[in-house]
Design a protein. Structure first.
Length: 651
């Protein structure tokens, strides 16, 4: 199957490369549609990331929507569709970088609201740095290293087989409608709870079980697959079924405190830092593992650029990157405004200058790491949070050693982390797009232009969206006004790590335990790799599971089980069923996320109270039944071919 797929894609690239000399790429309709999707999908992923601590790649849904919409015009082609998905996926990547970090400034109380221009500059210019860093990495990782880039190849496949009519947009629409109805019933009308669980005292300890009731979480599990879903759940199970019961007897618990609150207190103050330690070691391991290959690839890319500058042979259209001198000018133009944002927040020119230097060094390093990891595990599974936590911790320790303290210290560490996170997220996503473009015959510099636009335009709407979500739901910590806030797991983690370093009260024992767990998981993964096992144990997936609340990991696990069951049912029948399931799952996520944003509007207008709440519950049973229905429908879609569907060419 893999060999025949590779032959088909090679043949397609040859055809597209020839056609691409005459086919238009950057057209008005492609630019408008691409940027519109970048804003919509970026907003949806912002909500999802604050809710669940995970985002998913927008490339395949954007490609399907593009094919359906552009087909309405008299002329359209595969290269236009590729540029649309390039811009759209950049919006999703920017959203991940923003929501993983900037809400930490709210949690630290450095900000009491999302300042429009500071949020826009940090997100937009951080994303732009990722686009610029990705330019020299393209040849290194796509052309020279020949990494897998699974989502980039999958997107190219969708563009190829969907060029006959944009089949699949209906699945996104159906999933979107179901996801929106689910969010309306739960968060809008208040008919059922957001999760179901139980906790009880066992002797002087505590035991808990729980699962979320959001279809979007199950959709995430389906998209990432059974391997990652299992690891996320096992990480959570190790925390909630082992670590918390072991530590609970050592924590003070008043008799009137419920078992659930007791367990949550142990988790929030102690055991989630096991995940922190695991993420730090995982991020460092990723750097060590990929650095030799990256260095060789960059060296070969620089050599190829020098040859093209010396006139030693023409450069094909499909290998023309943006000129390096333009990249340098844009890099300088991006750094200067960020320096002034840093100085405005920390109030010191010297500290701001130091932050800018650290930002550039860490930004390129971790952008390279993210790009390399995207080539191995894909954008959706990319360990952005792990490398960002490493950045925040390292930066905080360095600033502390240099005498920076007070309220400025944690804020400075998070600000640097926010730019690095946006850059790394964008770089990993861009390399996936470059892989798709390399297959279908796009012009690299045109993709880079669309990626820059896809980073800058959504940045202008991130602040209003975050402000709306903050006012309606709250972010991070529970308050009387917002007893059920969006958890923002990564941002809460960034704030806790930065604050803990400067306050010198970080639970280092738990961090050390997490580091030890990570070493064990890495050893297991290396053993599985040496034996050629299909099941692997990437350490950062386990680390994320340790840090997430149990109900999120459990819901993601349910979606992974459906993906596994569907793959067994369709064994030997190709990949189209899985692609349809991914489209339906993407619709579930997008519909729930967009309605979550829309529901925030009447809540804000009504002084923080939900005017739609019927106050008839909430109950758990309707939510349980809905999730079971969604899982069943997802299974049916992923296992039943449509009547109009042609057989897989890779069978």
């Amino acid at each position: 199957m893999a060999a025949s797929w590779g032959c088909a894609l090679k043949k397609e690239r040859q055809v597209s490369s020839v056609q691409g000399d005459t086919l238009p790429e950057i057209t008005l309709k492609a630019v408008v549609l691409g940027l519109a999707l970048a804003v919509v999908l970026g907003a949806a992923n912002a909500y999802l990331g604050l809710l669940a601590g995970m985002t998913v790649s927008a490339s395949i849904p954007a490609a399907v929507v593009s094919m359906a919409v552009l087909r309405l015009f008299k002329r359209s082609n595969i290269l236009e569709n590729n540029l649309v998905q390039t811009a759209a996926s950049s919006g999703e990547a920017l959203a991940a970088g923003v929501i993983f970090t900037l809400p930490a400034l709210i949690i630290l109380r450095t900000w009491d609201h999302f300042d429009y221009w500071q949020t826009t500059l940090l997100g937009g210019l951080g994303g732009m740095l990722g686009v610029l860093f990705a330019v020299p990495l393209r040849r290194a990782l796509v052309v020279e290293a020949k990494l897998a880039f699974p989502e980039g190849v999958a997107t190219a496949r969708v563009l190829e087989v969907g060029d006959r009519g944009g089949a699949g947009v209906g699945l996104i629409a159906i999933g979107g409608a179901l996801g929106a109805l689910s969010k309306l019933g739960q968060a809008g009308l208040g008919l059922w709870t957001e999760g179901v669980g139980a906790a009880c005292r066992v002797g002087n300890s505590v035991a808990c079980v729980a699962t979320g009731l959001a279809p979007a979480l199950a959709a995430v599990g389906f998209i990432v697959g059974i391997n990652i879903a299992v690891l996320v759940f096992l990480g959570g199970a190790a925390n909630w079924f082992v670590a918390i019961p072991l530590l609970a007897p050592w924590q003070p618990a008043e008799p009137e405190v419920t078992a659930a609150k007791w367990a949550e207190e142990v988790w929030s103050t102690q055991t989630r830092y096991i995940g922190v330690g695991a993420m730090i070691v995982g991020g460092l391991w990723a750097i060590a593992r990929m650095w030799p290959s990256l260095a060789r690839g960059i060296a070969s890319g620089v050599a190829a650029y020098r040859r093209s500058r010396s006139g030693a042979g023409g450069v094909p259209r499909t290998e023309r990157d943006a000129p390096m001198q333009w990249v340098g000018v844009a890099l300088a133009a991006s750094v200067v405004p960020l320096f002034f944002v840093f100085r405005n927040v920390v109030g010191s020119t010297a500290v701001a200058a130091l932050m800018a230097v650290i930002m550039l060094a860490a930004g390129f390093l971790f952008s390279a790491v993210a790009a390399y990891m995207a080539g191995i595990v894909g954008s959706s599974n990319n360990p952005i949070s792990g490398v960002t936590i490493s950045t925040v911790l390292t930066t905080a320790l360095l600033l502390l050693a240099l005498g920076v303290g007070g309220a400025a210290g944690p804020a400075a560490a998070v600000l640097i982390g926010s730019v690095v996170c946006c850059a790394a997220s964008m770089s990993g996503d861009n390399l996936q797009d470059f892989k798709t473009g390399h297959i279908v015959g796009s012009t690299p510099w045109k993709q880079q232009v669309m990626e820059a636009a896809g980073a800058l335009v959504p940045a202008f709407v991130m602040a209003p969206i975050l402000a709306l979500l903050l006012a309606a739901y709250g972010i991070g910590e529970k308050t009387l006004a917002h007893p059920k806030p969006l958890r923002a797991p990564q941002a809460t983690l960034m704030a806790s790590v930065a604050r803990g370093v400067f306050a010198k009260d970080l639970p280092w024992a738990m961090v050390a335990v997490g580091a030890g767990v990570a070493v064990g998981v890495i050893a297991l993964d290396e053993s599985l790799r040496s034996r050629g096992s299909r099941f692997r144990t990437p350490v950062l997936a386990v680390a994320v599971g340790i840090y997430l609340p149990l109900e999120l990991g459990a819901a993601i696990f349910l979606g992974g089980i459906v993906a596994w069951a569907a793959s067994r049912q369709r064994a030997g029948e190709g990949t189209k069923g899985h692609h349809r399931g991914v489209l339906f799952a993407a619709g579930l996520i997008t519909g729930e996320a967009i309605l979550g944003i829309l529901l925030a509007i009447p809540i804000v207008l009504n002084n923080g109270k939900n005017p739609l709440d019927l106050k008839r519950g909430p109950y758990a049973l309707p939510g349980v039944l809905l999730v079971l229905l969604v899982l069943y429908v997802l299974y049916l879609i992923a296992t039943r071919p449509s009547r109009t569907e042609a057989p897989d060419e890779d069978r």
